[in-house]
Design a protein around this ligand. Sequence first.
Ligand code: DLZ
Length: 161
Amino acid sequence: MSGHGAPQVRVDGRGLRVVVIAASWHTRVMDGLLEGARRALRDAGADWTEVRVPGSFELPVAASRLAGLTGRASGDAAGLPDAIVALGVVIRGGTPHFDYVCAAATNGLTDVSVRSGIPVGFGLLTCDNEEQALDRAGLAGSSEDKGAEAVQAAVATAVVL
Ligand code: DLZ
């Protein structure tokens, strides 16, 4: 993991099934987050699938379905993922919309994780501008790799539960 105070996490995720849910706004940043997540999943040896949703506001409903809490995906625990990783980028605009999307995504993902008992890696960037987001996207020149960090946190948690 990167950033001040972040732990060095190296996990063996072999045999774990992970679902990555990725929003689609801010393509360049999202491409970096997704590539970082894939790198970390390969390093951990985990199996994974990817689901795309339109915006970060849609991350919780997808997570809820995939965690078996609601809808068609509900059912026996055998089909559920060991961990979920949510990736998105929200960039502040001129209206309060930013705060609502960030709060909805954060609260919704927390709720899914706590209620289902399935770790949800929080790879949601909430930034003032695109420059901040690019610096955290795990791209060449970025100082942080938040997609990889979200994977490492979710897999490390799944391993100890
Ligand atoms: C509408 C919107 C705006 C203005 N900005 C973002 C953003 O920066 N990042 C993001 O992931 N999604 C954004 N959205 C879309 C909402 O998340 C959501 O998809 C729409 O409100 C439709 O439900």
